[in-house]
Design a protein around this ligand. Sequence first.
Ligand code: HEM
Length: 715
Amino acid sequence: MPSRQTKSPLSGKIPGKIPDGNAKREQLALSEERPDDEALTTDQGVKIASTDDSLKAGERGPTLLEDFHLREKIMRFDHERIPERVVHARGAGAHGHFQVYKSLKQHTRAAFLQDPAVKTPVFVRFSTVVGSRGSADTVRDVRGFAVKFYTSEGNFDLVGNNMPVFFIQDGMKFPDLVHALKPHPNNEIPQAQSAHDSFWDFVSLTPETAHMVLWVMSDRGIPRSYRMMEGFGVHTFRLIDHAGKAQLVKFHWKPLLGVHSLAWEEAQQIAGKDADFHRRDLFDAIVAGAFPEFELGLQIIDEADAQKYGFDLLDPTKLLPEEIVPVERVGKMTLDRNPVNFFAEVEQVAFCVGNVVPGIDFTNDPLLQARLFSYLDTQITRLGGPNFAELPINRPIVPVHNNQHDGFARQTINAGVANYLPNSLSNGSPRPTPAAAGGYQHYQERVDGHTVRMRSPTFQDHFSQARMFLDSQSPAERAHLTDALCFELGKVERVAIRERVVRDILAKIDVGLAETVAKAIGVTDVGKTPRRNTAGKETQPSPALSMAATISDTIATRRIAILVAPGVIGRSIASVKSNLEKRGAVVEYVSVHLGTIPSSDGADVEALRSLLNTPSVVYDAVIVADGDESVTMLAQHPDAHRFVQEAFRHYKALGALGRGQALLLAAGIEDPGSQPGVVLSPKPEGLVKEFRNAVAQHRHWTRVTNKPPQFSAPV
Ligand code: HEM
């Protein structure tokens, strides 16, 4: 049994009574092992005199079987890996808490949603879906957004994604979808990508994928950060109040930093330059105290209104537009602590849509119903047996009593002989709790029907909402989505698949889109579909589906690079840096080498990064510092050219102080002063305000960047 920790994670404080009263944190601390001046022992607790050499018969002789330390050490090493998740293998996690703004007792009896004073501990795991555990973070994919609430009534898991709909309507198709999406079984290529024949083959033959495919091809498929994406429960769930009355509900997470994405070329470059980009971003933000925050939003629908929206609320390929039923923001989740051990927490956490508490219930969404089986089932293999709920990260903060015993890796020692119910030998314990006293009771929905293997006719319209999504995009977003389709389908080798996607999917969403894509991928026949709205119903755009109107008034946690070289004017750039840092930006000097960069005014600067190994794709914005010598050196440096060219191509805010604009010109950025998001000024005070606004805008998508950069402009 590991000893109780002697120091608390990151803070170095002595635990015991955890100051913020986070019950899960206190519980996890009991399982932590923090060697601090401890003796090395075997797993049996025997102290070991040497761990560097195996036991041999003579200095140059064979190793002896009796070397129990060697055998144990190697055996434990041999079995360190467990199977990765069959989907969502790559992820990152964080701890935090959740609080409601005001009681939701009129909607649900769930205890953690009653009292704004209650802080419910949470653990969140963000993930990609397709790639293996070691794949890159910034691939085009759906992101998992799974939250475990450790409530006073047991664990509630909200296992969602960063997109509000899904590819398929019935869980029966999930293995087909994932087989098509994963690398080809013959050569296991390509890794973490949907740009290949089998995925698009499946799409071309499965029209219900149309809506979700547009989401994945949109900028939502390449988020800037886990901290800057929305989350969705996808399915319609039920809330049950104290009187047993049910309402339907859709769950949302809204990030307080807004919803932002990368540019596609940038995302691909980051995948090579920093495959851990999102994982690092989450970890670093929490270390810096810039705690990610998300508001929980609810769309609540009376059961009686379930049929009135023109689509079926049980169909997970449909969303309920916020303009029709507004999202009420009911509480906030704050992520304020990194895991202590990735494996123990992020890898061993086991989410399950079936983990609900009284006051929350399911609907008959056939995708949700299959999920209710899948998670528990897969975790038996992944976590090596049925006892994974006992792992520290999965344990509820309330007591667990039942007669589910034994099995691999059982931790609990069940005393007594009465491991059955009813019993008299332990006073009938553990005994059920009546619903009125807090026992979980399923909602008593009336069900009546024939046993059929079929899809409801109310699930048949696959294109109206895809079109609504497309029509809701800003011109820049629509252009990105079109480019993404051209990219992905351009990687499909079989012409027949490309043709089918264009003719049977895209043309039914929007013929203009189909024609543009068809041209790019060498397809000549887009079919005979009339121009619009033949497939499905007329829909209104939903502005909430565009990221264009998102929060853009903060530079908090934005990463800004300042390019400097020897001879820089240190004082002016230092004042810019400190101004940006005061607003929460993370600002780093990047130079021709690491360490101290001599200035021309005695205010030397410290370069944390060098042009040799740090590209601008890992920053949100770039400033070029002032100083004749510094700018001349940078203007002759190919890596400095690439640094600003790529920032320009990726629509980022660019600033130049004084002579700094000469680097922009040298790198081929014509007339920089007239470019959107490019801020020039001779003085720091003239630069900072406008530059801050430019960074807060996130990206300047209207910038025209398709002109090839010129390398010959004079300095
Ligand atoms: C019938 C359809 C689905 C099936 C059978 C299914 C199955 C699975 C399985 C087997 C895992 C791995 C779990 C583990 O090893 O612990 C998983 C993970 C996950 N699934 Fe699903 N899934 C389905 C649909 C969905 C949908 C619609 C969503 C989003 C609403 C979703 C979100 C997630 C997330 C976020 C994870 C990662 C959980 C984590 O971080 O550990 N899945 N799914």
